[in-house]
Design a binder for this molecule. Sequence first.
Ligand code: MN3
Length: 249
Amino acid sequence: MEKRTFLKSGLFLGFAAAASSFIEACSPKAAVPAPPPPPARRRTEPFSLPKLGFYAGDLEPNIDKQTMEIHHGKHHNAYVTNLNDAVKDTIYTDYELTDILERITDADADKKIRNNAGGHWNHTFFWETITPGAGGVPTGKLAEAIDKTFESYDKFREQFTAAAKSVFGSGWVWLCADKKGNLFISTTPNQDNPLMKNIVKQQGTPIIGLDVWEHAYYLKYQNKRPDYINAFYNIINWKTAAERYEQAR
Ligand code: MN3
């Protein structure tokens, strides 16, 4: 090789190496954190529909029997069936539900799992958020935290109601705790929830959640979502909510 050619190609190689490391450093790929390691615990049974802790008609007049039967037996059941189908042959195939929620992304490839994993978790959580003969007001440390954040239970209720009314189309409204025990209200579209840390703006531990999809209230309340939201306060299981708040901190 002639000296000149050698120098030229040496220069070129040096330039190419520098350019490639520059491109690597600037490409969006380099900014994406490594995916979390697979969970140690694994699921051995398919996902299944949990039994309700009460009879479908027990929430009347706040939620009617037929809505509860269809909501639990048809809608929730469909999320469970579709989730079992969606995770097949994916990395999530034997992941526990919350391990899926913590890892799911907004990529199109994850969409079916995202919707159905969210649907299964959200409804399971919702059935445990409501109970016959409940209502009342929060107590203990949760009540203190509500007063601290929102000033009073009534002010909290105003803000939660406003958030629930603001959900356009189908979605959920949540009262959540962050890692320091601070409360916040958030909404999510479709079946997203605050555990989906790669998707939501503010990640948190849900304390209570309300389904504002039309299927949750339309048979009884038709277009009157505010009446359904008001009825929800009569059936909130504040005892369960308080336990969730204790465990969140
Ligand atoms: Mn629903």
